[in-house]
Design a protein around this ligand. Structure first.
Ligand code: 5RP
Length: 226
C-alpha cells in the first residue's frame, strides 16, 4: 500500500503550478505529497507556491520539507486542495477523518477551486460505510447525548479513545470524536446535512459531492476518476 500511496502522491504534482495556493491535507498519503512538493519547491521547479495546512501534522511536515505555509485567513482563495480519504464510493462521495482533522479539511476543501483526492485502491467501496465508521466531531459535553441520539439514525457510535490510560482523542479544536457505524448509507449528502443539524455536532466526516478528481493507486498504475 505504501508504494501505491507514493505513486498517487507523485502523480498529484502534475496538478500544481507556479503561484498556486494549495491546501495541504492530513494523513500518510498527503505526507508523501508534501515530501515531493517540498522537493520541487527547494529545487526551484515550482515558484510562489504556498500551502494552507489542515492540521499541525501537515504544518510540521510542510515546514520540514520546505513548503511555505500561510493561514486560510491570509489568502483570497485556495486553488487546489490535496488530501487523502478513508472511503470513496462510486459517485466520489468520501468518508474522511481517521486523522481527526476532518473539520479543517472540510472548511478548506469545500472552498477550493479543485479538490483532488489521493487514495490507494483499498479505499474504494460501492457504498459509504461499508468498511469505515463515520467520524463525527462533537462538543465534549454533548458526546454521550449525541451517541444516544444517533440511535434514531440506526447507528451505533463509539467515543474515539487515545487509550484507556490517556482518555478520549481530543481534536485540534478541543473536541471529541464519535465513530458511528450506520446500518446502511443510501444518501450520503442527506446524512451529512442531517448529522450537522444535531446540536453539539461540530462537523462530520461525510464529504458528499465535493471531490472533483480522485487519483487511485492500483497495481496496474494510477487511475483517474472524475
Ligand atoms: C485525516 C483524513 C485522511 O485523509 C484519511 O484518514 C486518509 O489517511 P491516509 O492517507 O493515511 O490513508 O481524513 O483526517
Amino acid at each position: 500500500m505504501k508504494e501505491l500511496k507514493r505513486a498517487v502522491a507523485k502523480e498529484a504534482l502534475k496538478f500544481i503550478e507556479d503561484d498556486m495556493i494549495v491546501s495541504l491535507g492530513t494523513g500518510s498519503t498527503t505526507a508523501y505529497f508534501l515530501e515531493y512538493l517540498g522537493k520541487l519547491i527547494m529545487e526551484e521547479e515550482l515558484e510562489d507556491v504556498y500551502g494552507v495546512p489542515t492540521s499541525y501534522q501537515a504544518r510540521l511536515l510542510a515546514l520540514e520539507y520546505g513548503v511555505p505555509v500561510v493561514g486560510l485567513d491570509e489568502v483570497d482563495a485556495i486553488d487546489i486542495a490535496v488530501d487523502g480519504a478513508d472511503e470513496v464510493d462510486l459517485n466520489l462521495n468520501l468518508i474522511k477523518g481517521r486523522g481527526a482533522a476532518l473539520t479543517m479539511e472540510k472548511i478548506v476543501e469545500y472552498r477550493a477551486g479543485t479538490f483532488l483526492v489521493l487514495v490507494d485502491e483499498s479505499k474504494l467501496v460501492e457504498r459509504l460505510g461499508q468498511k469505515m465508521p463515520v467520524p463525527i466531531e462533537v462538543i465534549p459535553a454533548a458526546w454521550r447525548a449525541i451517541k444516544e441520539e444517533l440511535e434514531v439514525f440506526n447507528a451505533t457510535a463509539e467515543l474515539r479513545m487515545a487509550s484507556k490510560k490517556d482518555g478520549p482523542v481530543v481534536t485540534e479544536n478541543g473536541n471529541f470524536l464519535l465513530d458511528a457505524r450506520f446500518h446502511r448509507i443510501d444518501d450520503p449528502l442527506d446524512l451529512e446535512i442531517e448529522l450537522n443539524n444535531i446540536p453539539g455536532v461540530v462537523e462530520n466526516g461525510i464529504f458528499a459531492d465535493i471531490a472533483d478528481i480522485v487519483l487511485v493507486g492500483t497495481r496496474e498504475g494510477v487511475k483517474r476518476l472524475e
